[in-house]
Design a protein around this ligand. Sequence first.
Ligand code: FAD
Length: 493
Amino acid sequence: MTALDTTADAPADTAVPSVPSEPTVRLRTAEEYRAGLRDGRKVVYQGRYIDDVSTFPEFDTAIEHSAHAYRIAQDEPELAVAHDDRGAYSAFYRVPRSPEDLVARGRLIESVCRRGAGTIVLKEVGSDAVFGILRAAQGQGRVNAEAYWRHVVDHDVALAVAQSDVKGDRSKGPAGQADPDLYVRVVAEDAESITVRGAKVHTSFSANADELVVIPTRAMNPGDEAYAVAFAIPVDTPGVTLYVSPYLDAPRNGFEHPISSRHKMLESLTVFDDVRVPKSRVFLHGDVEAAGRIALAFVDYHRFTAVNYKLPLLDALVGAASLVAEANGISRAAHVRAKMTELITYAETVRGFADLSALRAVEGEGGVWLPDPLSTNMAKYHFAHGFHEAARTVIDLAGGLVATGPGGADWANPEVRAVLEKYFVGAVPAEERLRAIHLVGDLTSGAWGGYQSVLATHAEGSLEAERMQILRSFDWSRPRAYAQELIDLGARA
Ligand SMILES: Cc1cc2nc3c(=O)[nH]c(=O)nc-3n(C[C@H](O)[C@H](O)[C@H](O)COP(=O)(O)OP(=O)(O)OC[C@H]3O[C@@H](n4cnc5c(N)ncnc54)[C@H](O)[C@@H]3O)c2cc1C
């Protein structure tokens, strides 16, 4: 993707950015996606500016991980390619118009995240945000949202979503902060553009996506008008700087790290330093009441994405538990069978709620359907609440070698390997056992496992956010009416 053009005859500092117009390429290849990342984006990593993210070696694993979002269109077109009167396009961006569309979307997300080893890949989050805006934006914002959806579909654009503001003192709202820039806000406006300042954080994929969709993180109150803003811009828009987290930075070998040697995401602190946004790309501006609606409309889709992308991770945990128990020769022990039952119950309850959330889908504004918020939030809450206990069970079954086992370099040395093969044999040969144990380590307790642990707790909203949505979306009429009926029966007795 290119930077927003500046008008040719205006000075650079006053030019109004225009929306890029490129030839329509409705389905890009993984190679085209990677090449599109070569632009003027400003990215800081480990204290240094990066010239070209598309060739920067330390981002290679993350870009390859995300490229699955493009490869799946070639490999599984029945799942990943949709069609309209203009031809084929990425099914990630198919607007859900029925429960069946949401069932299909759930299967697509599960499948692409199976390739991504149980972690989100790229296009899921951006499409969640576009659907949320399509449903909740009003007036000109809705018109702009529809045009933006068309642009994303026609150019197979990879989007990152910047929702979480840095937020400062959590007890205060946007306008109540000592520094007014702790939530992204509008600082100027002219006929053609708005100018925004502030910072979002935890922005997944920002360094390896084409564009940023920026939406409010919370409900807002009168006085917060400047903070009620939603828009989309290319990542290389002047004034945007990404400070990318170095988490999981070191190169890894496949023996010790079967997953994290091949998979990784990039997150950033995303700073908007007086960034000009064309009004055609603004979906919300000043309407405090609509800010909360847009925030929640995104979340309706995003937690559905979350529970579907967790399904391969849960399969990996349950499968690893079974393989490692077998390797250790303990699979028939009574306590192991009880723990396996608990793991299955946990994982299949999440799967059941994930399915239910699509089957109980409801029609939203403009005929855009959304997954049932109650089932979706129960799925996400159940997943997040039980994840650490499930990880502990798998570690328990694997034994202490998860932390003290030999490394890839040891295994590669024939002399050392002979010792390892003799002493680390279990009910299966040492190699089979050690590889299963390292899978458990990567999933639960190494840097990737630690990342998953935080991801489970906070990504797509903290536990408390899910509790609030469960309470908000529960329909009290049936149980209250029944309780009242019982009271009335007693009163008549
Ligand atoms: C790996 C990862 C990827 C992510 N990707 C993205 C992304 O792509 N885009 C994006 O926008 N966000 C992303 N997030 C952000 C995620 O949604 C947030 O981490 C989550 O919403 C929690 O926000 P926080 O981190 O600011 O924590 P906080 O909100 O500070 O939460 C910390 C604790 O404070 C509590 N708390 C917060 N506010 C209050 C209050 N007012 N009163 C009482 N208690 C309060 C919370 O319940 C929690 O217990 C990602 C997060 C992770 C971990």
